[in-house]
Design a protein around this ligand. Structure first.
Ligand code: HEC
Length: 292
């Protein structure tokens, strides 16, 4: 074999031996500081909140990792309840009545004040939906995809006749939506801060207000922790932080974002049975394996 031939053979061998990405691994090629934030993000993701550290008054679970746990930050078995009302051709998320997510648990102080174990289901809802938590691997990468790429795939009138109508969604302020139901929320950071309040009742400067209780204010004395609750989340110190520093140089949603957006989809082998079914399904046409 010629010298270049040997070099190519070694390169191919090395590529062939590349360790497959395991669920929970970071994207390859991250800088040290990015890896540090990725690791600290996992601690925030798995932090268990209590009423004393800001949980509730209403909540669905006590930690991000409780719902996205299988495997290592993936799918969960919790089911959450959504309520909406469809009136006059418009879908109302019923925010004024506590929607769209109707929390399934209440902290003891709320139970004592109102005698409820969960948020009351809005009487004016016309639909009730149950949602299980999806895997978070790979989903955060959408944060890096520019608006122009999303718009390039738009085909609201199905002009290419493939039966798929791509309709980009816009947030209330006109920014391109990427996350959540119908891709409404523009950035992963906003989406994570929203999950903090909606799922755990934990507020942050980005989402400073607790949700109401079925449309009514929180009774006095129930929420013992001053907002924003997120400041009570235990934050590990950055690896390069000065000795004796508090570690509070980052906010929890920021660290969560640096974790979730750097979780690549695991190696295809992990999802092999699903892949085979997926490859045969019509839904496959809605998904692009690679963005340009
Ligand atoms: C009670 C369970 C529960 C908890 C706790 C929870 N989630 Fe989720 N998560 C869900 C469900 C259900 C969805 C799907 C929501 C939807 O489709 O509207 C979801 C979706 C997501 C997505 C995917 C969004 C997308 O559109 O691609 C991310 C990322 C995510 N959650 C991160 C988090 C983070 C970070 C936390 C902690 C702050 C968290 N979740 C806490 C249940 C939960």
């Amino acid at each position: 074999m010629t010298r270049p031939g040997v070099a190519v053979a070694i390169l191919l061998f090395a590529l062939g031996c590349k360790k497959p990405v395991q669920p929970g691994d970071p994207l390859s090629g991250l800088f040290e500081q990015q890896l540090d934030r990725f690791a600290r993000g996992k601690i925030v993701f798995d932090s268990v909140f209590t009423p004393a550290t800001g949980l509730g008054p209403l909540f669905n679970s006590v930690a991000c990792g409780e719902c996205h746990e299988k495997p290592a930050g993936g799918r969960g078995d919790e089911v959450e309840v959504h309520a909406t009302a469809f009136r006059g051709g418009v879908c109302d998320a019923l925010v004024q009545e506590g929607g769209p997510v109707i929390q399934r648990h209440a902290i003891p102080a709320l139970k004592q004040a109102l005698g409820i174990d969960s948020e009351p289901f809005p009487p004016s809802a016309t639909a009730r939906a149950l949602r299980t938590s999806p895997v978070v691997f790979g989903r955060g990468l959408l944060d890096f995809v520019p608006d122009s790429v999303i718009l390039a795939y738009a085909d609201p009138d199905d002009k290419d006749h493939d039966g798929v109508r791509g309709r980009p969604n816009r947030f209330v302020d006109g920014r391109m939506g990427r996350f959540g139901r119908k891709a409404f929320v523009p950035t992963l950071r906003e989406s994570n801060a929203g999950a903090f309040v909606t799922e755990m009742g934990v507020t942050d400067p980005a989402q400073p207000t607790e949700e109401n209780i079925g449309g009514k204010p929180i009774p006095a004395g129930v929420d013992a922790v001053a907002e924003p609750d997120g400041r009570l989340c235990p934050l590990p110190r950055a690896a390069d932080a000065p000795e004796g520093g508090s570690g509070r140089t980052a906010r929890p949603p920021g660290l969560l974002t640096d974790r979730v957006r750097r979780l690549p989809p695991p190696h295809a082998a992990h999802w092999a049975p699903g892949n085979a079914r997926f490859a045969q399904s019509r839904v496959r046409r809605l998904h692009r394996p690679v963005a340009p």
